[in-house]
Design a protein around this ligand. Sequence first.
Ligand SMILES: [Zn+2]
Length: 443
Amino acid sequence: MPRSLLIENGTLLSPGTPGWVRRNHSILIEDGLIARVAPSGRFRGFTGRRLDATGQVVMPGLINAHTHCYSAFARGFTAAKPSRDFLSVLRNLWWRIDSALTTEDCYHSALLVLIDAIRHGTTTVIDHHASPGCVDGSLDALARAARETGLRACLCYEVSDRDGPPAARRGLAENARFIRRCQADGGSALQALVGLHASFTLSNPTLRAAAELGGDLRTGFHVHVAEARSDQRATRAATGMGVVRRLRHFGILGPRSIAAHCVHVSPREMDLLAGSGTAVVHNPQSNLNNAVGIADVVEQVRRGILVGLGTDAMTSNLLEELRVALWGQHFARRDPSVGFAEVTGALFGGNAEIAGRIFGLRLGEIRAGCAGDLAGFNYDPPTPLRGANALGHVLFGLSQAPVATTVAQGRVLLERGRLKLDLDEARINARARELAKKLWQRL
Ligand SMILES: [Zn+2]
């Protein structure tokens, strides 16, 4: 018996297919994939599970192309020293927190982030994990949270030489173990990449070993690239190369690899990224918060780079991130007419392409054969909604509307704004508060 779900009577909006809006349509999902999209009256004989989306605008499930599930316990932590630059932010806050995490912390932190993602219509999360105090098995803890929340997840462990070569080797081993596990499972919900922190914390031997691992396992890499200018300065001082050329030299770039940030890349480096097929993921809220700059997304797209959008753990709300991405491009060029096509293209086209490469599926569209991943927003458009202005409604209307429905892999995770999981959210929050308190005491 195929597992089937009919989402009926919605207004369908597929930003990845320009101009595509359908009123009073229904979506039939079978075995996790969209089987048919048609006017609502065409499904009278359907006998499976029905979900009424009357009053909702239904879009493809949102994809977060770069985040850190380990970060949830930082919320409200105030005992970090003030940081005047990006490296101090890492040393005073993130490296203290990630070093003190236990495996149970990682699992609960991931649950919080993933439940929040469901509440914001996100159905796929590409994560970058670090927990130097509990490396072995940490990705299994995240995978368990992903399985229990029903989301698609691509995980990796952030290899770094910041704690010395043995710690870097432990990180590589965790990537290797987990990638093999995913490949043995063979499912479409859980995937893995080789995670690397950033050029300035990676030695040549570690990069060589990582490249060898990625080659052996035929997988790509997920790495922070030129997030702050200091990454370029330190890399050039140590190796005589810029960050992108160094990563290319070791074979880290390629169509299965993700370079997060790329705030400080030269035109020549943009061409190397474009030529290699590497995806660049823009994280504007994080970049603004850390005062590292604003990536030139307009130029990156013009030079042929596949650009996506992530939240870098600042939020689970991709539509909020989209808005900030647009304001950032306006502000950087002092021109309110630039960037609209590029940033909406990053979220709806770029992220679907990036996730599609990783998960081996077509995502980000509402048509037969695509992933049965959808998000329904309670939204009664107060101005005409047509194909031609749909993205304007996404930015200025849907981004402010509550999410009523989230479906991933054909499974209902959120219905009428209520979680439909075998998880007790109040108990998860209570346990997370206990764990966060203990974590803060250890810092
Ligand atoms: Zn990051």
